[in-house]
Write a protein that binds this ligand. Structure first.
Ligand SMILES: Cc1cc2nc3c(=O)[nH]c(=O)nc-3n(C[C@H](O)[C@H](O)[C@H](O)COP(=O)(O)OP(=O)(O)OC[C@H]3O[C@@H](n4cnc5c(N)ncnc54)[C@H](O)[C@@H]3O)c2cc1C
Ligand SMILES: NC(=O)c1ccc[n+]([C@@H]2O[C@H](COP(=O)([O-])OP(=O)(O)OC[C@H]3O[C@@H](n4cnc5c(N)ncnc54)[C@H](O)[C@@H]3O)[C@@H](O)[C@H]2O)c1
Length: 470
């Protein structure tokens, strides 16, 4: 068995697969090490199953919002059918098709736990133990685990994590969701759709990293649908007993449910990676440059969630393309284009990250919020328009409600941030991403004509509200 490769990748999630693939396409021999399912969290316990749980409720709501179609909706969701469709997306938590892909991509797969045991050396504990050596580089793409913070009784209560919620086989009658971030909002929406009586307990407003109107809209709709949303309320204590769970909040409320979901952020999967053997701290996120090279270690890369730049699948894969190409270029002794926006760096991580929250309503944003742009010292102008006034939106759904916000850097007259909130706004986002990444001057955007009657005409409303530059 070959044990020496140009590149060894630890972790075959969406990020690790892409680092390995790019490097292999660049002519390197690549080993990829995975201790669980090939495909990682996104395929089995995060993006795909969560969106599969959310989509049926969203489709039902979309039909209910259109007169004529509304009359055809005669029942609730079929929970078993929803869970079974979700199981289809995770292939029943079987990674055979991903293994086929790995083989087709020319990668060598080692199943087992990988640990760094020295410079350019990885030991894999699987059915047998094998020590691999890297001629050029090792890339860590081990992702994150759900964090269980030190809330009294929480760990002992064995809460559901996002992993349990996305792979749930049953729908709890009453579900308490702790947290107010993206996972909490999406999973509260999904389980409310599936019939749970849901209570959300968040120590801050919902979705606080987005424009304030986003979390307000999501909290408003959850409440309209009967979900109890407690914001600015911490959790004091959690106890499990008598077949259920009790949560006591900081403001003295006592909440009971059949299950509690801790959607309270993530922690790095780096506590058992052997980082100490090369002078790095165990259990921490890894600090990297824009080509994902770990500070002070020119042979070591950290890509995706594990570097904590942006915890999103598409951004991890973007980093992976840059890092895989950079590793291949450096191995060949070729030039590395690491200038801003170059081929071998992930510049967009800093100020042009797109994200969609698949809540009700959806939230789609890219770049900076108004507050973040101001904090960055920009001369900011904010333009808000109601999406419901756009012809395409009024056709899309009766009484369509939504908001679009454009954040402009006045000095450069370019868009630095955009947020859309409303039903089905996800697909509006990429045009905004192009405007932000391309730094398209506002005057030129007037020539990007949105088709009539689509929701994209909101761009025209935003430009008109801003005023045509001379
Ligand atoms: C509920 C939920 C929903 C989400 N939805 C979205 C979404 O809609 N869109 C989006 O962009 N992002 C979403 N995210 C975030 C997204 O899931 C992560 O950003 C993404 O999965 C990170 O990919 P990764 O490859 O870095 O890590 P992972 O996917 O976690 O992959 C890491 C892999 O490394 C393996 N591994 C770890 N340690 C070792 C070791 N020592 N040896 C061998 N193998 C090891 C693991 O088993 C795993 O397979 C969601 C997250 C959650 C929790
Ligand atoms: N659609 C998507 O793109 C999507 C969906 C889900 C998750 N994700 C990503 O996955 C990552 C994890 O999601 P998440 O929602 O778990 O993380 P998050 O960081 O978005 O939210 C964590 C929440 O937990 C709260 N919290 C943390 N510690 C707490 C404590 N001790 N007591 C009370 N509250 C506490 C925070 O205030 C926050 O509301 C995020 O980066 C997110 O962007 C993306």
């Amino acid at each position: 068995m070959d044990t020496e490769f140009d590149l060894i990748v630890i972790g075959a999630g969406s990020t690790g697969e892409n680092v390995a693939d790019r490097a292999a396409q660049g002519g390197l021999s690549v080993a990829i090490v995975e201790s669980d399912l090939i495909g990682g969290d996104c395929s089995y316990w995060a993006c795909m199953p969560s969106k599969a749980l959310l989509r049926p409720g969203e489709a039902r709501r979309a039909a209910l919002a259109v007169g004529g179609a509304r009359e055809a909706v005669t029942g609730d969701l079929d929970v078993d059918a929803v869970l079974s469709r979700r199981d289809g997306f995770t292939s029943g938590w079987d990674d055979a098709s991903q293994v086929e892909w790995v083989e087709g991509a020319g990668l060598t797969l080692f199943r087992g736990r990988g640990r760094i045991t020295g410079e350019r050396e990885v030991t894999v504990e699987g059915e047998t133990t094998v020590t691999l050596r890297a001629r050029h580089a090792v890339a860590i793409a081990t992702g994150t685990d759900p964090a269980i913070p030190d809330i009294e009784g929480l760990r002992d209560a064995q809460p559901w994590t996002t992993r349990d919620a996305t792979s749930a086989k049953q729908v709890p009658g009453r579900l308490l969701v702790l947290g107010g971030g993206v996972a909490a909002c999406e999973l509260a929406t999904a389980f409310a759709d599936l019939g749970s009586a849901v209570t959300v307990v968040s120590r801050s407003p919902l979705l606080k990293q987005f424009e304030p109107f986003a979390g307000e809209a999501v909290a408003g709709r959850l409440r309209e649908r009967g979900v109890t949303v407690l914001t600015d309320t911490g959790t004091r204590r959690v106890t499990r007993g008598g077949g259920g769970v009790t949560v006591e909040t900081d403001d003295g409320q006592r909440l009971e449910a059949d299950e509690v979901l801790a959607a309270l952020g993530r922690k790095p999967r780096s506590d058992d990676l052997g980082l100490g053997s090369v002078g790095l701290a165990d259990g921490e996120y890894l600090e990297v440059d824009d080509s994902m090279r770990v500070t002070g270690h020119d042979w070591l890369y950290a890509v995706g969630d594990i570097n904590h730049r942006v915890l999103l699948t598409h951004q991890g894969k973007y980093q992976a393309r840059a890092a895989g190409d950079a590793i291949a270029a450096r191995a060949r002794g070729a030039a590395v284009d690491d200038a801003e926006w170059g081929a071998h760096v992930a510049t967009a991580d800093h100020a042009a990250v797109p994200q969609v929250v698949f809540s009700d309503p959806q939230v789609a944003s890219v770049g900076l919020t108004a507050a973040a742009a101001e904090e960055a010292g920009m001369d900011v102008r904010v333009v808000d328009v109601p999406l419901g006034n756009v012809a395409g939106a009024s056709l899309h759904a009766d009484d369509y409600e939504g908001t679009a916000r454009m954040v402009v850097d006045e000095q450069r007259a370019v868009v630095v941030g955009m947020t859309f909130v409303g039903p089905d706004v996800a697909e509006l986002l990429h045009a905004a991403t192009i405007a932000v990444v391309g730094e398209v001057p506002l005057g030129r955007l007037w020539h990007a004509v949105p088709a009539y009657p689509t929701m994209s005409e909101v761009w025209l409303r935003l430009l008109e509200a801003y005023g045509r530059p001379d």
